[in-house]
Structures are given as structure tokens and as C-alpha cells.
Write a protein of this length. Structure first.
Length: 152
């Protein structure tokens, strides 16, 4: 199964970029992985910007994709449960899992309906930190699936 982390915008800060590049490289050792970025909106009004970015995110989805939308109101799970969810998708011959992370304006309702909502935490994080957390948790899930010591 190919994992795709689909995000709005590029990372601006060098420390966040370095951290994300590290986890992306680690994750890629466990199978096909792609970090894909869509252009952020230029609209000044938040709901309009979220709608514009949402349209770009939805355009990047392929028919047959399994989609997890990262959202603060999404169902939360432990790292072990996340690993189990990945294994279940693989057992059902899922070809591509796309994890969607919105930008600074969040996600519009239409994009949220494009997949299952998954929450990283009840706390609110900026989208750059969310990207690092998502990558780390996907990597951790892969190590759990293989019984490796990283998780412990």
C-alpha cells in the first residue's frame, strides 16, 4: 500500500523542514511513500481560502483512494491502534492511503466529507507541527507493525 501525506503549502521554517524530511525518509524505508504539497490559497478571507485549498486537495485524490482527513474533531486513536488500522487496510488490499492535512485556514466542509476524520490530539497545533506529528506517527505505526523497538 502506498502512503501519501497530502498537505497545503511548503514548510517555511528550516527546523520543521529538517524534522519532516527525516521522518519522510524513515517512512519511505517501509514501503511506497509520497509527500505531496498543493499550493496555498491567496484569498484573504479564511473560509474562501479553505475552500480554494480544499478544491486543490480534492483534485489530488484518485478514484479508489482511501482518505483520512486530519481534523481536530476526528476520531483519535493510539499509535498501536493506528498501526492496526494500517494493517487492516493492507489486508483489504488498499492500494493507496492518502492522509490529508489542511493549511493555516483549516479545511472546508466539502473536503472533510471526502474521507474519514482522524484527530491527532485534542490540542490545536499549527499545520507545520501537525505535518511533523503525522509523519512521526505514520513512521511509528510502521515500526509497530513490524515489531521494531522504536515504539517502546
Amino acid at each position: 500500500m502506498k502512503l501519501v501525506l497530502l498537505c497545503v503549502g511548503k514548510l517555511r521554517g528550516a527546523p520543521a523542514r529538517a524534522l519532516c524530511e527525516d521522518y519522510a525518509a524513515r517512512l519511505a524505508r517501509y514501503g511506497p511513500f509520497e509527500l505531496r504539497e498543493v499550493k496555498p490559497a491567496k484569498a484573504a478571507e479564511p473560509s474562501r481560502a479553505a475552500a480554494e485549498e480544499g478544491a486543490r486537495l480534492r483534485e489530488a485524490l484518485l478514484p479508489g483512494d482511501t482518505v483520512w482527513i486530519l481534523d481536530e474533531r476526528g476520531a483519535q486513536c493510539t499509535s498501536v491502534e493506528l498501526a492496526r488500522k494500517l494493517s487492516q487496510l493492507e489486508n483489504r488490499a488498499c492500494r493507496r492511503l492518502v492522509v490529508v492535512l489542511g493549511g493555516a485556514y483549516g479545511l472546508d466542509p466539502e473536503t472533510k466529507r471526502a474521507g474519514s476524520l482522524l484527530g491527532l490530539s485534542k490540542l490545536t497545533f499549527n499545520h507545520e507541527l501537525c505535518r511533523a506529528i503525522a509523519l512521526e506517527q505514520l513512521y511509528r505505526a510502521r515500526t509497530i507493525q513490524r515489531g521494531e523497538p522504536y515504539h517502546h
